[in-house]
Design a binder for this molecule. Structure first.
Ligand code: C5P
Length: 211
């Protein structure tokens, strides 16, 4: 099972919070898994991409919907959390379009934390092999290493989204894989390459490690 794309967190009937995730990396992984004969469920936020051949796609909007779709599709052997899940959602979604109030200086939105989908899956007693992504703009390996341990992942794919032409929205990406082995965090750098090739490199690394 793979999550991909952004989530969209409604503020009112016409507005939402989201991010620039294109879904390309998750879709490339889904295509690469299906090409290797895996039965793939792709839980996707709103993206403008075609479903890869042989992949069962479940469309969702919000992080809460994504978690429910993921839990409904468990168990699985491999879970790759590639979605750029919004960390927060509106504390309450307005029933009607929010109006500009009398306060001309601004407005304050109250946000609450979204569930962490990959960490929720990784915390289950009967858990799949869990892979996460870490898009960072600074201290890439430190932040990614922390997430690997905190979210109890088996592998994290870290990428520096501050580099022009790589990461969010683009066709290319560079990444560092981090995983735990013999109580140490090991690393492997993967050079800048198309996301389709990176998907193959990630699977080449993880498939021999599947239980
Ligand atoms: O903490 P951060 O958002 O940087 O972690 C990124 C990783 O965690 C990605 O694998 C992403 O899919 C996953 N994630 C998630 N649910 C969240 C936030 C992140 O599954 N609410």
């Amino acid at each position: 099972m793979i999550t991909a794309g952004p989530t969209r967190e409604a503020l009112d009937p016409v507005r939402y919070l989201s991010n620039h995730s294109s879904g390309k990396m998750g879709y490339a992984l889904a295509a690469a898994c299906a090409a290797r004969g895996a039965q793939v469920t792709l839980v996707s936020g709103p993206v403008a991409l075609a479903t890869p051949p042989g992949v069962a796609r479940v469309d969702v909007l919000s992080a809460c919907e994504m978690l429910a779709a993921v839990e409904a599709a468990l168990p699985c052997e491999l879970f790759i959390g590639c979605a750029a899940v919004a960390d927060y959602r509106a504390a309450s979604v307005a029933e009607h379009k929010l109006k500009k109030g009398d306060d001309t200086s601004g407005m304050t939105l109250e946000l609450v934390r979204n569930p962490d989908i990959v960490a929720t899956v990784a915390a289950r007693a009967e858990r799949p092999f869990c892979v996460g992504f870490a898009a960072e703009t600074q201290a890439l390996e430190t932040h990614a290493g922390d997430k690997l341990l905190r979210k109890r992942l088996d592998l994290i794919v870290a990428n520096d989204v501050s580099q022009a032409g790589l990461g969010f929205g683009s066709d290319d990406n560079a990444a560092t894989l981090l995983w735990r082995e013999a109580d140490e965090v090991r690393r492997q750098a993967l050079s800048p390459q198309p996301k389709t090739a990176l998907a193959t490199a990630i699977l080449d690394h993880l498939v021999p490690r599947l239980p």
